[in-house]
Structure formats: structure tokens, C-alpha cells
Write a protein that binds this ligand. Sequence first.
Ligand SMILES: *Cc1c(COP(=O)(O)O)cnc(C)c1O
Length: 423
Amino acid sequence: MSDSGLNPNRRKRTPGDPVERLAELRHEFGEHGGVNMSIEASTTFTVLEAGTMPEIFQGRLGPDEGGCFLYGRHFNPTVFVLGRQLAALEGAEAGYCASSGLAAISAALLGCLEHGDHIVASDTLYGGTWAMLAEFLPAKCGITTTFVDVTDLDAVRSAMTSRTKVLYCESLTNPTLRVPDLSELSTIAHEQDSTFIVDNTFTPLVITPIDHGADVVVHSLTKFINGASDFIAGAVVGTGEFIGSLMDLHVGPLMILGPTMDPQVAHSIGLRVPHLPIRMVEHSRRAMEFATRLQALGVRTVYPGLSDHPDHERFKTLARSEYGFGGLITIDAGTRERAERLMEDLQNIEGFGFMAVSLGYFDTLMSCSASSTSSEMDDDSLDAAGISPGLVRMSIGFTGSLEQRWNQFERALERCGLIEASS
Ligand SMILES: *Cc1c(COP(=O)(O)O)cnc(C)c1O
């Protein structure tokens, strides 16, 4: 069935470079000729001819067909602009936004699945996604998930059943920073006519999953894409038909569950997309530099840019080299106590960064994964996923100078006994 086109969610790839696609979007002028688009704050829209109301409600007469927008929980023009930016970023036909990353993820999943269906998913996922798949969906929707190591293709293949409608993974596993072979996973998904969904929150621009066979890409815009840690937001991109189905007036999860993005939020985030490329380059440059120096000092460091990373070569084949290897590194402090001491020192003594969950901020954020973002997982699952108690995940920021930040880092490592004191 693989290429029969039976599954309308199957990708339609837009070729080319994400930054060039963004630049080619029709420019949206503000109402008064401003260089930024105006915010369309209206929750409802004016119908000009009473007789067209039924067609507008049946979705047959949109704003491009002489009708109008319907209602703010359905499409909003400002939110639509951000959706188009993200579709351009990911090389997808269409995109739309939601009030959070998890709302985008649940909408994408429910858009593909019915009661009794089955998901095969990575065993290292963002904690909230893991809870949705492991607990929420089986309890509330009768949808079950088999979790596998997605770097083990045989395990993935044998987990697929005739009811498997979705194969789900993250472009970079959290927090273990493994890189799945997206092309192979896409082939396995399509053999079953399943939809391959990739969460690309960790690697916008660095990796474009649709280029490697993903059908649907989801994002938490709360992280790198927004970059200022001031909005919770999400997005889903895919075929025009798939995005349209999420807005179906009867069974569309974005329409019926109502995780609507506020147009003011869409406008603010849209203004940060044009400088995402510059930010990603600097996050990656600093993360590479720190990872290299940490490793040279004997600190157990995981970063896909290091040549001893198990997926270093695969990352290079998937990634756009001008954006480096991403902004996330992990170091293993050995024990939870030492990890906590290090983070306290870095924050409270050195002012190197903040002890906080989340990522993609302009300052460095650090958290101990086992006791924070992955705490939804039980000890056995943590162990199986290779998330040790002393693992500190760092989202490397770009404020201050690189050498100033490195000196802070080195002093804290010395005080916590992770490296020898330099004389
Ligand atoms: C944060 C995050 C999410 C959830 O996004 P929210 O915006 O917090 O709902 C999903 N996936 C990944 C990889 C994340 O980092």
C-alpha cells in the first residue's frame, strides 16, 4: 500500500531552503500600510450576503472564495499567517497553530486516530507527550501505544500492527539526544499506510523532518521558535487536506476541543520567526564550543556535534550544516545531589543561567531531567531510556560573551568536583 496515496495525511514536500521559502511568502501589510501585519483581534466576521451563510458554515465558501472567515476558533487570519510561516519553515503544504505544543500534538494525533487504533512511539519522549500516550489516550479514547527504541529499526518494525495508524518520534530524543533515522522510520510507517509524525521542537531549521519522509510535523513554539520564554504555543504542519481536517466542524480536534491560539500571541511569535536562523546558529555555536571543552576536561558530555556521539554521522546526513548541531547538551554529574549542587552553583553563585525546565531561551536553562521534565516516567522506563539521576540537560543561551560564560561554567565545575582545579 506504501505509495498508493490512500492516506491523505501523507506528506507533500515543498522543495527548497526554509529561509528562502519564508522570504517568498506573500508579504502581509498592516491595515495602515505598516511593515508588520495588523492583528486581527475579531472573534467573529461579517457576512455580506445572508444567503451565503450556509455555504460558509459548510466550509465551502472561505475568505478566498468570496465568503469570509467564520469564527475565531475556526481560522483566524493572524494565526493563519503564523501557520504559513511554519509551513514554509518545514516545507509543508499547510500549517496551523494551537494554544500549546501539547494541544498541537494531541490535535495531530486525534486527527489520525480513532477509538481502538494503535500508535508506535519512541520510548524517550517529552514527559507530557509520554503521559498522553501512556495514560491519557488509553484511558479516555481507547487508543494504545507501544513504546520502542526508535533507533532499533527491527524493534519498530515488529511493534507495528494492522491497527497502527501513527508512528511518532522526536527529531532529537529528550533528554538523551539520540537521532532517529527518519528516512527508515518513514519507510516503515508507510509500509503500513501509517502517518509518520515528528516533533521537531528541539531542532527547528537544523532538521526538516518532511525532507526525510515525515508526513506531519508538530512544534512546541514555546521553545526555540519563540525564543523568549514568554508564550505557551504550538503548531502542526502537514498536507492542506490534513490541516483542513483538524478544523472540521464535526470531528476536527482543533475546532471541537478548542485549543485556540490568541491572535495577539500569533502576531508576537510571527515577529520572532525571521530571526530564528540567526538565533539557531548562535545557540549551536556555543553548545558545540562548550561540549568540546567539557569533553576535553573529562566531563561526561552528550552532544550530537561530538564525534563520539553514537548518531554523529546520522545527524550530519539529516541536518543543515549551517545551523550546527542544535542548542542542547547534557552532562552527567554522577548523582542527583551533585547535579543539584552544580545547577545551584551555576545559577546562584555564577549567574551562568537559570535552573528551569523548558529550552530555547536566550539565556541558558538547565534542569535535572529524571526529577523534572521526565518525572512522568517510572524508574524502569527512565533506566530503559538511559536517563540517569545525575543527568543535567542544558539549553545553551547566547547572552554574555562566550568566554565570560565558559569561565563561569569552569569555576562551578571545579567547586563541584567535576573537574580538577586549574592552577
Ligand atoms: C515543551 C515540549 C512540548 C510541549 O509543549 P508545550 O508548549 O509546553 O505544550 C512537546 N514536545 C517537546 C519536545 C517539548 O520540548
